[in-house]
Design a protein around this ligand. Structure first.
Ligand SMILES: NC(=O)c1ccc[n+]([C@@H]2O[C@H](COP(=O)([O-])OP(=O)(O)OC[C@H]3O[C@@H](n4cnc5c(N)ncnc54)[C@H](OP(=O)(O)O)[C@@H]3O)[C@@H](O)[C@H]2O)c1
Length: 329
């Protein structure tokens, strides 16, 4: 009896030792996560160069959505002035006065109808532009939705669906409808203008949840797309444009009762965003960037136990599982 218990314990200890060696070997491999769920440090990326003096002189064709006002109008203006061929879209082109004035003054900009809620209309434009390479598909258009209708206890679920349909679904539809145009271009970039509000780790206040969740979902959609099309060398860029002085930002700040002295102008934002798009390459695909060129965290890991306490270590749990006290603390 005593003999068989000793044999069993010995066998378990040998198993434990083998397991320990295997875990040690695996944890020594580069890029693997190891005990306690910590991972090796991520590969350091070169910082994005934002110096306007070093601005790239690359040109191509860009399609900008929501180009009749705000950041979109400035993106369309700056690309036009940089000599790009610009397809600028608006929901109601006949009312897009500033954009039409820009088109009158510049032969390299054309105005097209596009509403993100109108999928047939998106397909029609893609068909109209069949065979036209689009180097940068710049998904800028989005809606905030009435902030008061997004307050918990007073949630307007129809609005929630609409915000999601425009910001998330509409932008995914754009990527799908214009994918072939991007694929035949030289630069092959699909850009989503997203928001710092989409970062779970950066969440500071509980306002405008419909908008936030629509952008977080958009980011996930774009991340999966990035992985899906990397083999085709199509680059998916996620860029937050900063806190910009536009009517969207004004509506959000008014509701929050905040007087902002930190806003940047649409011009500052557009310049920064274009510089980032110029430098965004296939190695960066799917990276969530700020207009300053920083990588925005999706979520910040928080340690839920003290890693110095062996009681809680993965080693200890393995030991417990094997019925052994590998570490006596
Ligand atoms: N402003 C900021 O501080 C800030 C911060 C983070 C992220 N962003 C993002 O930056 C982008 C531009 O924002 P913005 O501040 O310039 O906003 P904005 O001034 O409110 O302009 C929004 C644009 O999107 C268009 N749009 C709205 N619904 C649409 C639909 N269903 N189909 C097509 N176009 C539609 C609008 O067209 P209409 O004129 O016809 O309504 C307008 O051209 C958005 O993606 C926004 O989420 C902005």
């Amino acid at each position: 009896m005593l003999h068989s218990i000793l044999v069993q314990l010995l066998a378990r200890r040998q198993l434990a030792l083998l397991t320990l060696l295997a875990v040690l070997a695996i944890s020594a491999l580069p890029g693997n996560s190891y005990a306690g769920g910590h991972t090796n440090a991520p590969i350091k990326k070169e910082p994005i160069q934002l110096d306007p003096a070093l601005r790239s002189d690359v040109t191509g064709t860009v399609l900008v959505t929501g180009a009749n006002r705000g950041i979109g109008l400035q993106l369309a203006t700056n690309y036009t002035e940089r000599g790009w061929t610009v397809i600028a879209t608006a929901r109601t082109p006949n009312k897009a006065d500033d954009l039409n004035a820009l088109a009158d003054a510049h032969s390299n900009l054309t105005v097209e109808y596009l509403d993100l809620l109108d999928h047939e209309g998106i397909d029609d434009l893609a068909k109209k532009l069949q065979g036209v390479p689009i180097d940068v598909l710049l998904n800028n258009a989005a809606m905030l939705g009435d902030p008061a209708a997004q307050d918990f206890g007073n949630l307007d679920y129809e609005l929630m669906e609409q915000v999601f349909a425009v910001n998330t679904v509409g932008t995914m539809k754009m990527a799908e409808a214009f994918f072939d145009h991007v694929l035949i271009s030289d630069q092959k970039k699909i850009v989503a203008i997203t928001s710092l509000q989409a970062s779970i780790g950066e969440l500071r206040e509980p306002l405008v949840p419909f908008y936030k969740l629509s952008k977080t979902a958009l980011n996930m959609g774009m991340m999966t797309l990035a992985k899906r099309v990397k083999g085709k060398k199509v680059i998916i860029a996620l860029i937050s444009p900063g806190a910009v002085d536009t009517s969207m930002m004004k509506a959000a700040l008014d509701h929050a009762g905040v007087k902002a002295n930190f806003l940047i102008t649409p011009q500052e934002s557009a310049e920064a965003v274009i510089n980032i798009i110029d430098q965004y390459d296939l190695k960066m695909t799917g990276t969530f960037m700020s207009h300053r060129g920083d990588v925005i965290p999706w979520y910040q890991l928080k340690r839920i136990y003290n890693e110095t306490t062996l009681e809680n270590s993965a080693w200890h749990r393995v030991g417990n599982w094997l019925g052994l006290r590998l570490f006596d603390v």
